[in-house]
Write a protein that binds this ligand. Structure first.
Ligand code: HEM
Ligand code: HEM
Length: 490
């Protein structure tokens, strides 16, 4: 532009905004932020995009959902339930499913996005766990993420309780039972939550406020804080040539990463919509309205809370009486273990720093095999989660595999104690074995499959040495004393 040219309208708007918001300097600083290229970094994005899908679809659902437990008689398009008395919440869910244009698709999209959202969070969390990205200075960001997971589990529970169908009511009865098992204050807690005797008339409206306002509000704030900290700390990266604790190698936010991320958002949205369009989820019209005197068989919570259900199902029904009061240990112990399992993973960064005494900053990620104990602990945590999930579906497992339900329950009971030990030992050994294999590769190169005959008649396999980059990647870590000790000393 020459001095005589007047700036265009776009430029004037940009100038006006820049004078007030300082966007130019902000952009100059952050638009060139570097993102390392690794597939596992997409997991955080899956969480982010499914959260956005949840908000968009959730807002649509609020337009038609009536969070009221007032009784009405149904007269709608779903003929089998015509004339049946039900809550307004349930009737409005049927209305969304059968009469609102696109309603069923959006409901299913909301539910599928919730399942993927929590799955995304768990896998994203485990990728940070196994690679040690939670170490200083990212412990607080780990806690923010962990809080998101914790809130996400309850947000899901509150969400699928809203339609007030027979399945969600059964879930609420479970919550009521858990509250009642709390010593001394259990009855008060239950009365307080349900606004009187279970199921009361208030719970759907209460969960509705929590579900559409309070929890998503806190979660949105946490997501923003989480991402600000990601930018502030800069990304971690795997060891490799040129990568140090002080730099980040990758592509810049603008334009490469932004284009990729934008595309990935539509991919996630599209994949979720496709699943929602073809795979039925939560067909509440099949379950019928909630009635406290009924319960359906095969009742399951959504998968992410299956482990809590499993804890209760496999726990023996112990009860003791103290000073004239019954303590239902069969429920109380599981509801104490349930948060402990989650809290352990939340405080793990602090536990590890304390036990190892490692308080240095880390920006290079670990390969899981190079941290055998941490990797084994992570594998134990996952195995417990999964075995308890199987316990939570003991009836389904039993009917599908033609087993007795007692066999399944007892298998899970034994596995809860035995599996962690086995998984710990095996995972640790596998990690050490993989390290030994890396050592072989570094010292002797890669096997080529070519057999060579030496002049004196001996046959040897030709090994191809690794290039410098691979050598660096495989050796850029501290080796455990156990393996160093076993090596022949010079
Ligand atoms: C992390 C975020 C969220 C999760 C995990 C989640 C999960 C769920 C689930 C599993 C259901 C049951 C769906 C069904 O009927 O099959 C549900 C229902 C509902 N959600 Fe959400 N939700 C989230 C955020 C939101 C937001 C932000 C809003 C509104 C602004 C919202 C509004 C609703 C409404 C109105 C219903 C009842 C309608 C119905 O069940 O058909 N949700 N939610
Ligand atoms: C709504 C849920 C969440 C969203 C939207 C989210 C999003 C993200 C994104 C986009 C990144 C940067 C890319 C990456 O490193 O993967 C990230 C980094 C991170 N997340 Fe999450 N996350 C969520 C939940 C969690 C959970 C449950 C945890 C663990 C308990 C966690 C721990 C971390 C940590 C430690 C980092 C920094 C890693 C680094 O700098 O390399 N996040 N998150």
């Amino acid at each position: 532009m020459t001095a005589t040219q007047t700036p265009g309208r776009g430029e004037r708007v940009a100038d006006w905004l820049d004078g007030r918001l300082g966007i130019h300097s902000l952009g100059r600083k952050y638009l060139r932020k570097v993102f390392p290229d690794h597939w596992s970094f997409l997991l955080g994005e899956i969480c982010l995009y499914s959260f956005v899908v949840l908000i968009l679809t959730g807002v649509y659902l609020t337009l038609f959902f009536h969070p009221s437990m007032n009784e009405v008689t149904y007269h709608g398009s779903y003929v089998p339930l015509n004339g049946i008395r039900m809550s307004e919440a349930y009737a409005s869910t049927l209305h969304i499913s059968f009469d609102v244009r696109g309603g069923l698709l959006i409901r299913q999209l909301h539910h599928w996005a919730a399942l993927v959202f929590v799955a995304g969070m768990l896998t994203h969390m485990m990728r940070h766990f196994f690679t040690g990205s939670f170490r200083k200075p990212r412990e607080i960001n780990w806690l923010f993420g962990w809080l998101l997971l914790f809130l996400g589990l309850f947000e899901g529970l509150f969400g699928y309780s809203l339609p007030d169908d027979l399945l969600s009511g059964t879930g609420l009865r479970f919550v009521n039972g858990a509250l009642l098992s709390v010593p001394i204050v259990g009855t008060y807690l239950s009365m307080f939550l349900f606004g009187g005797e279970f199921p009361g008339h208030d719970i759907v409206a209460r969960f509705y406020s929590l579900h559409i306002l309070l929890i998503p509000g806190i979660m949105a704030a946490l997501v923003v804080a989480h991402l600000i900290l990601v930018v502030y700390h800069k990304h971690t990266q795997f060891a490799g040539p040129g990568r140090t604790e002080r730099n980040v190698i990758g592509t810049p936010f603008m334009p490469v990463y932004l284009a990729k991320a934008g595309g990935f958002f539509f991919l996630v949205f599209g994949a979720l919509t496709m699943i929602a369009a073809v795979a039925t989820i939560n067909p509440v019209w099949v379950y019928g309205p909630f009635r406290p005197d009924q319960v359906s068989t095969g009742a399951q919570p959504d998968w992410y809370l299956g482990f809590a259900e499993g804890l209760v199902r496999v726990m023996p029904g112990w009860e003791i009486t103290l000073w004239g009061h019954t303590l239902v240990l069969g429920v109380l112990i599981p509801i104490v273990v349930f948060p402990l399992l989650l809290v352990f993973i939340g405080v793990y960064p602090f536990l590890e720093a304390r036990v190892t005494g490692d308080r240095r900053e880390h920006h290079l990620l670990d390969r899981p095999r190079n941290r055998p104990v941490r990797t084994a602990i992570g594998a134990v945590w996952i195995s417990l989660y999964l075995i308890l999930l199987a316990g939570g579906g003991n009836d389904i497992v039993a009917t599908r595999l033609h087993l007795s339900i007692n066999t399944v329950t007892w298998t899970v009971r034994v596995a809860v104690f035995v599996l962690p030990v086995v998984v710990f030992v095996v995972t640790r050994r596998i990690c050490l074995g993989l390290q030994l294999r890396d050592r072989e590769l570094v010292l002797h190169g890669r096997e080529t499959g070519l057999i060579k005959r030496l002049p004196h008649g001996e046959y040897v396999e030709v090994h191809q040495p690794l290039d410098q980059a691979e050598l660096h990647t495989l050796t850029a870590h501290k080796r455990p004393g156990e393996l160093v000790e076993r090596e022949p000393q010079p």
